[in-house]
Design a protein around this ligand. Structure first.
Ligand code: ZN
Length: 239
C-alpha cells in the first residue's frame, strides 16, 4: 500500500494520478485519512500495477508535488511511525534547503560544477544517495532551463533534445544526439566509482530541464548505458 502524507488537499490528487499514470502505475482506489498521532492528513492509494517501494526518481517527483510531504508504505498510525514521519519530514526539509543552496553555489560558479557535484555526492553516499543526487540534478536542470532556454515557442521533444538539452549538457562531456538518444562520452558528471549509480545526477538534470517546457513536461528519461557500469559513454533515451 502507498501512503502520501499531505498538507493540502486541493489539486493534489490530480497531480498524483498524473505522476503515477505517467510511470504506468494504476490507481484503483484512493482514500483520505488522518494520522492518529499528529493529525496530519494522508492519501491512501490502492495500486493494481507497478511495484512498491517506488523507485527513488518517482518518489522524488511525488515529493516535488506541492503539498506532498512524505511517502510511506505502511499505515501511518502508531506512535513509532509518527516519530519517524516527523524525522523524515525534517530530513526532507533539510535536503530541500541543501539542494537549493548547492544549486545556487553551482550557478555562481559554473566552472566548479564537477567538484561541487562530487562533494555533494560524497556527503550523500548513503542509502538515499541516488535519490539525493537525482534531486540535485533535477533542480539544477530546471534552473538552467529557466535561466537560459525558457524563451520562444516550446520545442517538440526531438528539437528540444538537439537544440537545447545537448547545448546545456556541453560542460558534461562530448555530446552526440540522434533521434531520441543522447550520449555523453567521458561524462565528467557520472560517478564511475559507484556501481549502484544509474547516472542519477545526469538523469535528474535532463528530467528537470525537459519538465519545465509544456511540450516536454511528461518526458521520461531512461539510462541505457553508464560509465559506472563499465561502458565508455553514458547514454539516455527519451520517451
Ligand atoms: Zn553515467
Amino acid at each position: 500500500m502507498l501512503y502520501l502524507v499531505i498538507n493540502d488537499h486541493s489539486g493534489i490528487l490530480l497531480n498524483v494520478y498524473r505522476c503515477l499514470n505517467k510511470h504506468h502505475y494504476t490507481i484503483d482506489k484512493n482514500e483520505y485519512g488522518k494520522c492518529a498521532g499528529n493529525g496530519k492528513a494522508y492519501l491512501k492509494l490502492y495500486l493494481s500495477d507497478g511495484e512498491l517501494p517506488l523507485p527513488p526518481s518517482i518518489e522524488s517527483e511525488l515529493l516535488n508535488i506541492e503539498g506532498c510531504t512524505d511517502i510511506l508504505y505502511q499505515q501511518p498510525e502508531d506512535g513509532t511511525e509518527k516519530g519517524s514521519t516527523d524525522l523524515k519530514q525534517a530530513e526532507q526539509e533539510d535536503l530541500k534547503q541543501e539542494v537549493e543552496a548547492t544549486v545556487n553555489q553551482i550557478l555562481d560558479n559554473y566552472d566548479s560544477l564537477e567538484s561541487i557535484v562530487f562533494s555533494f555526492a560524497q556527503k550523500h553516499h548513503n542509502e538515499h544517495g541516488s535519490n539525493d543526487n537525482y534531486r540535485l540534478g533535477y533542480e539544477l536542470g530546471k534552473a538552467i532551463y529557466l535561466e537560459e532556454f525558457a524563451f520562444g515557442k516550446p520545442l517538440k521533444l526531438e528539437l528540444a533534445l538537439k537544440r537545447m538539452l545537448s547545448e546545456a549538457l556541453k560542460p558534461f562531456g562530448k555530446i552526440s544526439c540522434t533521434n531520441q538518444v543522447i550520449s555523453i562520452e567521458n561524462n565528467k558528471l557520472c560517478n564511475p566509482a559507484n556501481e549502484h549509480s544509474h547516472c542519477d545526477f545526469c538523469k535528474g538534470f535532463m528530467t528537470g530541464f525537459l519538465h519545465q517546457s509544456s511540450s516536454t513536461k511528461n518526458t521520461r528519461v531512461e539510462n541505457l548505458s553508464c560509465r559506472s557500469h563499465g561502458q565508455a559513454s553514458c547514454s539516455f533515451e527519451f520517451h
